[in-house]
Design a protein around this ligand. Structure first.
Ligand code: ZN
Length: 321
């Protein structure tokens, strides 16, 4: 089931109050999406498929056109998530790291097409621009009668965000346009990418930001964790215990898939010769993708389990009835 914005808000609250986090994968190909849904189904867990601008304009979806990218992602997820096989998997479609002058246009399109939840990349924005853009999205949703479930971020790569910014950024959007915010993504000592020193990762900061954001909103607000690729299982568990409700996963996921692809071609170089009897079976996309899937799906399942996501889909579905 592909979740509506209203159902998605309920899912984020369920995660925040039940103390688990939903894995959010930047799945950048149709095969990667299928693998994420297989892993979620096998864990009986909800899953978020999220797309940054590079995925929307990427060759497998928008091929240069971000709006076409949204339409194709949603078509893919609608079709898969309503199939018999994945009907019981709560699937969220989330816009992640949208930036640049087209940001509001892209996110308005996503709202109109009923993307489950929305966020943007504020790294090049001033605090005021961040607030104004979030308010603009809320105004468009209100004018057009669209449901809106928002994640707001601040300085996710810049060390630990001061608590005061929860008040001045998150609190200001909540004060002006109450009820739309569902997740808060402050910096908590992580960094996007691989090979970073994450020694400054701070579950205490997660706890303090979660408590203040929830107090300002008057409802449970979970923390969205960016730059999780380098964290250990113990660090992830501590983050979830402190109030992380959504964990973004991109760099490590790409590394696992690209290493599996490299291994497939290394191992099958001979079979890819034009006179080899297995040439066709090896050269087909299916050969490569099945081989990647066998390595990738267990890793996604392990990540879901380390976030305490196992079994949460059944529990969440009961809350929707
Ligand atoms: Zn991020």
């Amino acid at each position: 089931m592909l979740l509506s914005p209203e159902q998605t808000r309920a899912l984020y609250q369920h995660a925040a109050t039940t103390r688990y986090a939903v894995l959010a994968v930047n799945a950048d190909s149709p095969a990667a999406i299928v693998d994420c849904l297989i892993a979620a189904r096998e864990c009986d867990a909800p899953i978020i498929i999220e797309t940054s601008l590079w995925q929307l304009t990427g060759h497998s979806f928008g091929a240069g056109d971000a709006l076409l990218g949204i339409d194709r992602y949603l078509a893919e997820l609608h079709t898969l998530a309503s199939s018999d096989r994945f009907r019981d998997v709560p699937v969220v479609y989330h816009t992640d790291h949208i930036k640049g002058p087209a940001t509001v246009g892209i996110l308005t399109h996503a709202m109109r097409k009923r993307a489950s939840s929305i966020s943007l990349d504020s790294s090049a924005m001033s605090a005021q621009e961040n607030i104004e853009t979030m308010i603009r999205l809320c105004e468009i949703a209100a004018q057009e009668g669209l449901p809106l479930t928002l994640e707001m971020e601040a300085g996710v790569d810049d060390g630990v965000t001061p608590l005061e910014e929860t008040r001045s950024l998150f609190g200001e959007v909540e004060r002006l346009m109450p009820g739309r915010l569902a997740l808060w993504a402050p910096g908590v000592g992580t960094k996007h990418g691989l090979g970073n020193d994450l020694g400054g990762f701070s579950p205490d900061a997660i706890r303090a930001h979660r408590e203040l954001a929830s107090e300002l909103a008057g409802r449970p607000i979970g923390i969205a964790l960016h730059g999780s690729s380098g964290l250990t299982e113990e660090q992830l568990a501590a983050g979830v215990a402190a109030g992380v409700a959504k964990v973004n996963w991109s760099s490590e996921s790409l590394l696992i898939r690209s290493e599996a692809a490299a291994a497939f071609f290394d191992q099958n170089r001979e079979r890819l010769g034009k006179s080899h009897p297995d040439f066709k079976a090896t050269a087909m996309d299916n050969g490569l993708q099945q081989s990647i899937s066998a390595i990738y799906v267990p890793k996604v399942k392990a990540r879901i389990e380390s976030l305490n996501g196992k079994g949460q889909a059944s529990d969440f579905r009961k809350t929707l009835q």
